[in-house]
Design a protein around this ligand. Structure first.
Ligand SMILES: NC(=O)c1ccc[n+]([C@@H]2O[C@H](COP(=O)([O-])OP(=O)(O)OC[C@H]3O[C@@H](n4cnc5c(N)ncnc54)[C@H](OP(=O)(O)O)[C@@H]3O)[C@@H](O)[C@H]2O)c1
Length: 270
């Protein structure tokens, strides 16, 4: 039986990955769904159990190292092995750096703990067991982890850091049979931007990005699962994302203008 840990499994991309994985692998899969909201985790678990998948829900805060380690230990007590770790839990933010007051700047560190350190702690705790199973690691980064976007300095810093960490780890694990897949979604139809930090570190309540051609959460989850199962190095979503990544080496000014265009007018530098 394949044991898969999914952080951020209570909502959005993580919850959809859980449902699609359960539909694909049914009784051959055991899922560990980890996030803060116990009730939402249980609702997703019920949908997965309907396919015959065993599910363990672990309420935890990914920004706390002890809770990350305890979540991995609980997985081992329940299922005795780990085949896949999906580092998906994350938060967003949208604020021009000049609008952040000195007394509020601490939320930049909080975001780094959630988006980067949580993934580092979970991966460190799971790694000996992933080496044993010659398993898979997935890191859900963002196109903001490849190209900087105005108003996203905090978020991009966490996602660029994730990209660098997991790129190095991939090379370290090459001979160990553990694959590392980094996913770079663009704009996906979830509530993440509404929940993200504003300049004062409080919930934004709305999105600062244009969402007209956002990718569906179903398509995003499917692309990540396909990439993970094929042990791809990367899953770069959207043609614009693929283009921007390479164009920035040749014409960075053009990419900066492209990045400005993803913002709604009210979120642009004033
Ligand atoms: N949606 C997009 O457009 C997009 C684009 C690029 C990359 N991404 C990345 O995709 C991943 C998933 O995003 P999403 O769009 O699915 O967001 P979402 O719908 O807001 O879901 C985020 C998930 O992360 C969990 N989470 C947040 N803070 C946590 C914490 N401190 N401890 C434990 N779990 C926590 C949430 O659960 P609880 O609230 O229950 O804790 C939830 O399950 C993130 O890493 C995000 O950066 C998303």
């Amino acid at each position: 039986m394949n044991v898969t840990i999914l952080t951020g499994g209570s909502d959005g991309i993580g919850a959809e990955m859980a449902r699609q994985l359960a539909a694909r692998h049914q009784g051959d899969l055991a899922l560990v769904l980890a996030a803060r909201s116990a009730d939402k985790l249980e609702a997703v678990a019920a949908q997965c159990r309907a396919h015959g998948t065993r599910v363990l829900c672990v309420p935890f805060d990914v920004a706390d190292e002890a809770q990350c380690r305890a979540m991995v230990a609980r997985t081992l007590r329940e299922f005795g092995r780990i085949d896949t770790l999906v580092n998906n839990a994350g938060m967003s933010a949208q604020a021009l750096f000049e609008d952040v007051r000195a007394e509020d700047l601490h939320w930049y560190e909080t975001l780094m703990k959630i988006n980067l350190w949580g993934a580092v702690w979970c991966t460190h705790a799971a790694l000996p067991h992933l080496k044993e199973s010659r398993g898979r690691i997935v890191a859900v980064s963002s196109l903001s982890g490849l190209v900087g976007v105005p108003g996203r300095s905090a978020y991009a810093a966490t996602k660029f850091a994730m990209s660098g960490f997991f790129e190095s780890l991939r090379a370290e694990l090459k001979q160990r049979g553990v694959s590392v897949t980094t996913a770079y979604p663009g704009v996906v139809t979830t509530q993440i931007r509404h929940r993200g930090f504003n300049a004062a570190g409080r919930p934004l309540g709305s999105s600062g990005l244009k969402e007209d051609d956002a990718m569906s959460v179903e398509e995003c989850a499917r692309l990540i699962i396909d990439g993970m199962e094929r042990r791809q190095r990367e899953v770069v979503m959207t043609a614009k994302g693929k283009l921007g990544r390479f164009l920035k080496l040749l014409a960075p000014g053009v990419v900066e203008n492209m990045a400005l265009k993803v913002l709604k007018d009210e979120a642009r530098p004033h």
